[in-house]
Design a protein around this ligand. Structure first.
Ligand code: FAD
Length: 496
């Protein structure tokens, strides 16, 4: 009677492998497509999804439903109580509609893979073909191997192999065909499935009206918004990306991670469109900014490949086992100061306040704040990882875990543990005129020149302004913190 596409982290119509295959099969059978989105708030709770991201998904599903309806494709929307109810309801509604084929795009985290495996079984019992597709990565996990047949654990050789694989298999970057309109009469038959209301976020993920308006303004939902943002970046910014990408005030990155995370934009679409504006039409070579940007999008694939090969990274374990024994400090006061942006390190504080206000943080600052938590405060990096995922609008397990592993030196292909970022120097280098700090730390707006980076050390008027406005002194001294970090990391790794 129909073919179902189950939407999850792929909330778009264009360039969607599962939806495209569902539509193709439906056409062959002379039937229509039904989209399904089932929300389990418990899933959001279990995965610490931020309220901003929940709100973004809800807004996106609203847009998706309207855009599908223009193709006479209904979007069935439902909210279930328990996490396990999602699979059960999906099979139930398929039976109700007489559906024999269900498509979706694979998610690679262990919980999701377990759910998909369960679905294969549940569907088989009911005579339904369940057909999950590779779509989330540009190169499907498992495709790349070192010369010795292993999974890469170092980015650079992995990236070379990723590029070579795509040049050898260019169809992986091809745009998936659009689904097309459902056959005449389909809309009448399934009219009860059109215009279904999208449930509000559960109370645990609620936002105030002001927050909702703020996030809607900062992060417009839907794939149209994603493509607009990408197009703007490709026409106006990508050429200078490599030179400007590390400067938070430059506003020079694409700001599409929120769309990659919700699936309103496929990473494949991003890479293909960037390749197509490159002078060489290649992934490497050609314009430096384009090459550089594509290699950043590739990091997203890299961390997913790592997760598929070493799923224990999803279980609160460091990629490098020898880092399990580091003796962390457990200071609630320091953790709170970090989360609130009150550490006395202006660049760290500006970054954390920006995260709390916008649900986003620039990549350079993610590295600086993560390193500061794990190395300067010597707090367990997993506390920071959880704080990020529960506040970011682009929260994505693989990228977040990979980023934290990199910055805390416990992850795959990390920064060596003895490289401890100096937050003062990072600040001077990447926010040289203090524009970013002044924007987010109003207590320091009256501080002039280089003193903005460390007003108390500078003394004089700068220290006076900071003190008068209640800006905290550094909660930890840089040199002491660095030495303590080196000692503890060394001792931790050395222990049995
Ligand atoms: P651009 O610079 O324009 O890059 C384009 C795209 O490439 C991004 O949208 C993103 O999809 C991908 N990308 C870029 N850098 C990375 C990277 N280092 N790792 C993986 N993918 C990358 N990214 C997330 O999407 N979700 C997260 O939860 C997340 N947590 C992070 C935590 C830490 C500690 C660190 C150091 C990095 C984290 N990142 C995360 C990666 C990166 O900071 C963001 O993807 C980037 O800042 C998004 O902004 P943009 O879209 O303007 O990026």
């Amino acid at each position: 009677a129909a073919v179902v596409h189950w939407f999850k982290r792929d909330l778009r119509i264009r360039d969607n492998t599962g939806l495209s295959r569902a539509a193709q099969l439906a056409r062959e059978k002379g039937v229509g497509v039904i989209g399904v989105w089932i929300l389990s708030p418990r899933d959001w709770e279990a995965h610490l999804v931020s309220p901003a991201k929940c709100d973004f998904e809800i807004r996106t599903v609203g847009v998706l439903g309207r855009e599908l309806a223009e193709l006479d494709v209904p979007l069935f929307v439902e909210c279930v109580g328990e996490r396990g109810d999602v699979e059960r309801r999906l099979v139930e509604v398929c039976e109700e509609w007489g559906v024999k084929n269900v498509f979706c795009n694979l998610e690679y985290e262990p919980d999701e893979l377990r759910r998909e495996t369960q679905l294969v079984k549940l569907c088989a019992e009911k005579g339904i073909n369940f057909e999950p597709q590779h779509d989330d990565c540009v190169v499907p996990p498992g495709s790349l191997r070192t010369g010795g047949g292993r999974q890469y654990a170092v980015y650079t050789p992995w990236y070379r192999s990723w590029v070579a694989h795509l040049h050898a298999h260019p169809h992986l970057l091809d745009e998936r065909p659009l689904p097309g309109r459902n056959p005449p009469g389909f809309r009448d038959r399934f009219k009860h499935l059109f215009d279904m209301p999208v449930p509000p976020a559960p109370a645990s993920k609620g936002l105030s009206t002001e927050e909702k308006e703020r996030f809607a303004r900062l992060w417009p939902a839907g794939e149209g918004a994603a493509l607009d943002r990408l197009q703007l970046f490709l026409t106006e910014k990508i050429g200078r990306y490599q030179a400007t990408r590390n400067f938070p005030s430059a506003n020079s990155t694409a700001c599409v991670s929120v769309h990659h995370a919700a699936g309103t934009l496929a990473a494949r679409t991003s890479v293909r469109m960037a390749r197509d504006v490159n002078s060489t039409k290649k992934l490497d070579g050609g314009i430096e900014g384009i090459r550089g940007w594509i290699s950043e999008v590739a990091w997203r694939d890299f961390y997913r490949h790592v997760l598929v090969h070493w799923p224990y990274v999803c279980m609160n374990k460091p990629f490098k086992f020898e880092y399990t024994n580091i003796e962390w400090e457990y200071s609630d006061a320091h953790f709170r100061a970090w989360t609130e942006g009150k550490t006395g390190y202006p660049i760290v504080d500006a970054a954390m306040r920006c995260l709390n206000h916008t649900a986003y943080m620039h990549n350079r600052l993610r590295m600086v704040t993560a390193s500061f938590l794990a190395k300067h405060l010597l707090l367990d990096w997993r506390c920071g990882e959880q704080y990020f995922i529960s506040h970011l609008i682009d929260g994505d397990f693989a990228s977040n875990n990979g980023g934290w592993g990199f910055a805390s030196s416990t992850g795959v292909d990390p920064q060596p543990y003895f490289r401890v970022f100096n937050p003062w120097l990072q600040s001077e280098k990447f926010d040289a005129d203090g524009e970013f700090i002044r924007k987010w730390v109003p207590e320091l707006q009256g501080v002039e020149g280089m003193a903005i980076h460390n007003p108390y050390e500078h003394g004089g008027k700068a220290a006076e302004v900071a003190r008068r406005n209640g800006y905290p002194k550094p909660i930890v001294e840089h040199k002491f913190a660095r030495e303590r970090c080196l000692m503890r990391y060394k001792a931790g790794i050395g222990r049995d």
